[in-house]
Design a protein around this ligand. Structure first.
Ligand code: MRU
Length: 357
């Protein structure tokens, strides 16, 4: 249960290849920044926190062989690698957050030699894994307070262990509740077109022994209408200052449905996904992906040649549809603009004081 999504082993970043699940669990060794860039872009590693951590390792991998003793030359090399990695996927702010953290790590050590700077980059990336585990488990503890035995929880895409280092964001409350003996039933949207719900969420919940029912995206309304769902919990790629939420395409529709059925709509959001620099969701760049994800689903051509396709990977849910954010420092309720700003400087969970689940 809860296999790490990414680990540092024998001088390489080892990831679970998420394009191969659920039929095969294959580990892939990434040994260069280019490997990391391609793994993020192709979604071998995916989910906002996981791609941030992968990119942090990518910076180290990209500069570990730079042969210079000159700090300025080294910092320029770091910039080149980081600027390329940040372009791998545009919507999740965790990517920029993790790279900025790497830059800050270096600037905190103005006297360090180049070999020391390289080790600092590696150590910072490794600490992000420990921190992510603590953050996700804290989200899990706060979110578990919302859960009661027998509840039905609807989720979308994969904001589980596979989208983070290990424990997930939207699924963490479910794992923590299970560890406390509170069993809930999860409805997992399949999440067209890339099917993260079917391939990943259904797989990881089954592995963890959590009861799960897989539904097509267009079945969410009927499970709500039948009274099977008492809460929706989703993850996020970026939360704007006003509380607008970018998450996997289809999330907005779910939020509208939840409101129509008076079902609370929660967004599990580590603070690394909160972007106070942008005022609203209108400023969040939305990735558009290859039309073939839509026209060649299910391993075969399912649309006529040349048809026009619209394939945004994410949408923006307006803040007024969000009941609360579940963060590592507690639930955040409206007014979001004020409350999101308030929580950003609170002390986070201590990784050293967080036992594994
Ligand atoms: O395109 P993906 O699969 O990377 O999209 C992932 C999501 O939308 C998740 O909900 C989000 O990144 C949070 S993962 C903990």
């Amino acid at each position: 249960m809860h296999t790490p999504t990414l680990t540092w082993q024998d001088d390489a970043l080892v990831i679970v290849d998420q394009t191969r699940l659920p039929t095969e669990k294959v580990l892939v060794r990434l040994t260069s920044a280019d490997d990391v860039f391609r793994a993020i872009r192709s979604m071998q590693v995916r989910g906002a926190p996981a791609i941030g951590i992968a990119a942090a390792f990518g910076v180290y991998l990209g500069v570990r062989d730079v042969a210079t003793a000159d700090r300025q030359v080294f910092l320029a090399a770091v910039d080149v690698v980081a600027n390329r990695l940040v372009s791998a996927r545009p919507t999740a702010v965790n990517l920029a957050w993790a790279l900025e953290r790497q830059r800050r790590t270096l600037s905190r050590h103005p006297q360090a030699s180049v070999p020391e700077l390289k080790q600092l980059l590696l150590a910072e990336a490794q600490s992000m894994i420990q921190e992510d585990n603590a953050v996700c488990l804290a989200i899990g503890r706060h979110g578990a307070e919302l859960l009661r035995p027998g509840m039905g929880i609807l989720t979308h895409c994969n904001a589980g262990g596979l989208g983070t280092a290990r424990y997930g964001t939207a699924l963490a409350p479910i794992y923590v509740a299970k560890a406390r003996g509170i069993d809930v039933h999860v409805y997992a949207d399949e999440t067209r077109p890339v099917l993260q719900g079917a391939r990943l969420t259904a797989w990881e919940l089954k592995e963890a022994g959590v009861p799960v029912t897989l539904i097509c995206d267009n079945m969410a309304a009927v499970v709500m209408q039948r009274g099977w769902v008492q809460a929706v919990i989703v993850g996020t790629d970026r939360v704007a200052r006003n509380g607008d939420v970018a998450n996997k395409i289809g999330t907005y529709g779910l939020a509208v449905l939840a409101k129509a059925h008076s079902i609370p709509f929660y967004v599990a959001a580590p603070r690394s996904s909160i972007d106070l620099a942008i005022a609203s969701g209108a400023e969040i760049p939305i990735e558009e992906r290859d039309p073939r994800e839509v026209t060649e689903g299910m391993g075969r051509k399912i649309a006529p040649d040349g048809v026009h396709v619209f394939n945004p990977a994410f949408d923006v849910t307006p803040a007024e549809l969000v009941t609360a954010f579940i963060t590592e420092v507690g639930l955040v309720k409206p007014p979001f603009e004020q409350e999101l700003a308030r929580i950003m400087d609170l002390p986070g969970p201590d990784p050293k004081a967080t036992p594994p689940l």
